[in-house]
Ligand binder design. Structure first.
Ligand code: NAD
Length: 297
């Protein structure tokens, strides 16, 4: 069993630390909220009254904090953890922070002879309580292997994202898509309701199409991912249909900011000569605009 310093005992961190305590580890607990520390210490962890005390005897230090500036301050600030940490300890940041901040922290800790990896989590506080989080591990194989017994107590599944800094990158990409899709879904349903469709009918149709299933497993595999842009559904027609929906929304008074922005991507694709290509060619158009090599013909 290991000694684990845990910093940040909020909605997520308190439940994750509780699962490590349940799993038999010795926890050094710190949060600026003394009540949060006391509540967990009652379950068996050791309360620390200052952040550096978390380092005492620690094999691992886990941070689960709101942002990167706080992670940096508890680790590297005056009276931070790192100065007091033994050299063979492993720091694991499980917060969701900016990937470039993660890169900077890994490098700055390495300069002080301390190893750090990141392991942000997917899913929600209910999963944190149940110990069924999705752990997105960014680190060397050896670091992930070393942390795995802890991950197994906090999560149901660990994904090796492919190296240091990759865990936080896949977390941010995943959240970007789910958060934006949430807004797009709300737009579509608001329009559906305004034009007199009920939710169940709209959902029954969309759950069988790329609208509900997403594109990665439906429209993309045989087209843009294979380098085949011959049209199954062409950009010109997608642009026309999107335009009809936006006109209708304007007429009945439903704002469609996501749809309006995406129409411009179809517009740009047409201007670039892709009007008769498959609608999945919008990926190629974005690669072009992002100064990346295109992959399809
Ligand atoms: P939270 O606000 O509930 O908890 C943050 C905790 O950090 C609080 O207890 C706060 O007192 C403590 N804290 C703040 N500054 C501190 C400092 N300087 N020293 C010590 N403790 C300090 O947030 P949360 O929901 O637990 O989220 C934590 C991280 O997990 C965030 O990065 C969040 O984006 C990420 N996350 C959250 C969820 C979710 O569903 N809530 C899911 C996945 C990832």
């Amino acid at each position: 069993m290991a000694t684990v310093g845990f910093i940040g005992l909020g909605q997520m961190g308190a439940a994750m630390a509780a699962n490590l305590i349940k799993g038999g580890h010795d926890l050094n607990l710190y949060d600026i909220n003394a009540d949060a520390v006391a509540a967990l210490a009652a379950k068996g962890g050791k309360a620390c009254d200052r952040v550096a005390a978390v380092a005492e005897g620690a094999d691992f230090v886990i941070t689960m904090l709101p942002n990167g500036a706080l992670v940096r301050s508890v680790l590297l600030g005056e009276e931070g953890v790192v100065a007091a940490l033994k050299k063979d300890a492993l720091v694991i940041d499980m917060s969701t922070i900016h990937p470039l901040e993660t890169d900077g922290l890994i490098a700055d800790l390495a300069a002080k002879g301390i190893e750090m990896m990141e392991a942000p989590v997917g899913r929600t506080s209910d999963h944190a309580i149940a110990g069924t989080l999705l752990i997105l591990a960014g680190g060397t194989k050896a670091q992930i292997e070393r942390a795995q017994p802890l991950f197994d107590l906090m999560g149901a599944e660990t994904v090796d994202a492919g190296g240091p800094g990759k865990g936080i990158r896949v977390k941010i990409i995943n959240n970007y898509m789910s958060i934006a899709l949430n807004a797009l879904s709300a737009e579509a349903i608001a329009l559906a309701e305004k034009i007199g469709l009920d939710f169940d009918t709209a959902m029954a149709v969309m759950s069988g199409t790329p609208a509900g299933k997403g594109h990665f497993t439906t429209s993309w595999p045989n087209k843009v991912l294979k380098g085949d842009l011959s049209p199954a559904f062409m950009i010109d027609l997608a642009h026309k249909d999107l335009g009809i929906a936006l006109d209708l929304a304007n007429q009945v008074g439903v704002p469609m900011p996501m749809g309006a922005a995406s129409r411009e991507l179809y517009n740009m694709s047409r201007i670039a000569g892709r009007g008769r290509q498959d609608w999945t060619a919008v990926l190629e158009q974005l690669r072009d605009l992002s100064d990346m090599p295109t992959k399809a013909n």
